[in-house]
Design a protein around this ligand. Sequence first.
Ligand SMILES: [Zn+2]
Length: 560
Amino acid sequence: MRLTRLLFATAALLAFTSAVVANDTSLFRAPNMDSITMGDVKGDVYFLASDEMKGRETLRAESDITAQYVRNRFERAGVEPAGEDGGWWQNVKLKYREWQGKPGIRFERDGQTVELKYEEDFVSTGGAETSVKLDAAEIAFVGYAINDPERGYDDISGANLSGKIALMLRYEPSAWRQGGRRNPFSRHSYLQTKEALCRAAGAVAILMVTGPESLGGSDNDRQLPSPEAAEKSPPLSLDLPEGERGDASLPFFHISVSACDELLGGEGETGRVQRAFDSADLAARPDLSALRLNLAAESREVHDTCRNVAGMIRGELDEWIIFGAHHDHLGYGYFGSRDRERMGEIHNGADDNASGVATVLEIAEAMAESGVKPRRSFLFLTFTGEEKGLLGSRWYVRHPLVPHDKVYAMINIDMIGRIENKTIGLQGTQCSKLIDRHCRDVAPLFPQLKVQFSDRPPPAASDHWPFYSEAGIPVFFPFGGVNQWMHTAGDDPETINYDDMLPVIKMLYEIGWRLSEEQQYADCTGPVKEAIGPDGKLRDPLVKPASDPDEEHEEEFSRE
Ligand SMILES: [Zn+2]
């Protein structure tokens, strides 16, 4: 195309696009779009991510203040309570463990009693472990606790762990590390993977060492994570009834290299054995059969409750679209921070996830204040406990406030406050062709944004995951991407990209509204094959409904 025409066309295009964004809201179907303002968004983010909110850690007072704030905003906007007993809250039952006294490890070597000291020689990997009392327990060296048929590496089958304490190396053979990646380790390094393998092999507890080769052979100080962090911000889990609890994980302690050398019978032994296992020389497995260990660790379970917040706008239909976002964050960064140096400082969580909460509040407010009754109903949820394991959303999916089969779609907003190059990802739309189409229809109405779609299923990264993976509900996940501030003490309101966040909020509102108006029912292809939608039919178009035996006979009859 020639320049003059190009210039003319571009001028016309520019005129068209700016007219679209700035003036011509007739293309928007969602009512009262203009009431979503930068001032309001900033107001929410600055409040939620203020130092006074101390990083909104789950089970801390600020987490309740956050829930109160969301509730007040909903109420002021005219949103109705949708929580338990006609209120605003969904109580999420949580539990964690705390030590009763310091754990102790003792063993005999060459007639000498060796006492390992808690915090000096060993710590628990994640807060207080399940109580354990082992007297004269046997111990076996397992290596990395890896069974990788592809690599022909299996150091666990030959370890004979049944009824013994497993002595294990952290991570994986040094040669397997993939340089240049943010996370150079494979799934074999995941503690859960190793723990599950040892438990399946019959181990009764795990002592794990970060071998010198994994630390580059020096800097032993950094071996043991400070237990302070886990005590100040213990890992939490859902407080579920007996039958619903998964298998309890094994007592799991992190020991220092010098403590491991003691167990293996000499200084430098840990490094020597690790180097052997790094070169798959499993014959070098040390024989610890003569060793007997006393391991005593007593802890108590603490039960507590935190809150999800639930508001609704009833539509004509008893079919629901959920807008969700987590309202918790990392507190002082003792848990989940990517910023070890600044552990103990407030992790304000402006992007993660005050930006998502502000989005839910703005959309709910615009819709409620419009006075327009939507076709489908809307449920607005803010979740607790996301940072500690999607706790609020997993609890919700186990205790839905609206039956899952009445939910049309779930939109989960997490971290849209730092989009770069005007690029926003709408992850997971691929799970539903209908939802994907609506997102692709609406995206061009916001030409100032670059909207990215992915052909991958929704990632397990945030609160949409339990809705999709456990309830089979179609979801999508607007996400601004991982950035340098994520999970650091630097995620402050001052550095949020409000200019681009505003059109993202409007785009999500428009998509949600269009889904509410859509005549067709949304398909969903995912792990829950039997999921039923609001039309009473299977959501997954690829799944053939279980055939009706009468129908079969009918066919038989008709064939005759
Ligand atoms: Zn986060």
